[in-house]
Design a protein around this ligand. Structure first.
Ligand code: ADP
Length: 208
């Protein structure tokens, strides 16, 4: 029988690939996170998933967060930061990880600055930001389709509309922040998984 040799991956934490994914709800951040994690040996850090785990665990943070999430509003910045810092610390101890994908954080310019600060304190930085751009129509269609599969309380037409409009309100300052720090890349996410990944890969291959 042929011997299967698994690649043994060691990444130096000083040289990590830290990717921020921004884009509206339903733009494909979660899906691209999975594809990128697999291709580049990264860890996926989604503030939405972390918050849903808090809700499922019945924690105090979860209970308060739920009241914001169910209405399509953002959970206040200061409530998220400790949770995020803890998750980053946990990921940085993972020697098999070559970096982190931040999915759903930052959502506004203050969070973008907070993330830079948090990473700088740990000798890290944001390597690149992919802003996955899709039309409102496609976001809506995907979220309504997901509603039938995942049963998320915030995937109903009224809350979806609120999340999309809040995204438009806050996206420009985040874009401007990352253009200023020189890491912003717009990605066309309209054509689905593979074409979106191909654009990201082209950028990452040049970063190496
Ligand atoms: P989506 O981007 O598809 O709306 P997420 O799972 O990223 O879904 O987020 C779900 C909800 O969790 C958001 O609508 C918001 O209420 C809350 N949330 C997630 N990330 C953040 C964040 N960085 N700051 C504040 N609230 C957040």
């Amino acid at each position: 029988m042929d011997e299967i040799i698994l690649p043994f991956i060691i990444c130096l934490n000083s040289n990590m690939l830290n990717i921020v994914l921004t884009g509206g709800p339903g733009s494909g951040k979660g899906t691209q996170s999975n594809v990128l994690c697999e291709a580049y040996h990264l860890r996926h850090l989604s503030t939405g998933d972390l918050l849903r785990a808090e809700i499922a665990g019945g924690t105090e943070l979860g209970q308060i967060a739920k009241s914001y999430i169910d209405k399509g509003n953002l959970v206040p910045d200061e409530m998220i930061l400790d949770m995020l810092a803890q998750a980053v610390d946990e990921v940085l101890t993972d020697k098999a990880s070559c970096g982190v994908i931040f999915d759903g954080y930052p959502r506004n310019a203050a969070q973008a600055a907070a993330l830079d600060d948090l990473l700088a304190k740990r000798g890290q930085k944001v390597s690149v930001v992919f802003d996955i751009q899709v039309s409102d129509n496609l976001m809506e269609t995907r979220l309504l389709r997901r509603a039938g599969i995942e049963n998320r309380a915030d995937d109903n037409p009224e809350v979806i509309a609120r999340r999309i409009s809040l995204y438009h309100e806050l996206a420009k300052p985040v874009e401007d922040y990352y253009k200023m720090t020189g890491v912003y890349v717009a990605i066309d996410g309209e054509d689905g998984i593979e074409p979106t990944f191909a654009q990201e890969k082209a950028v990452l291959d040049k970063l190496k």
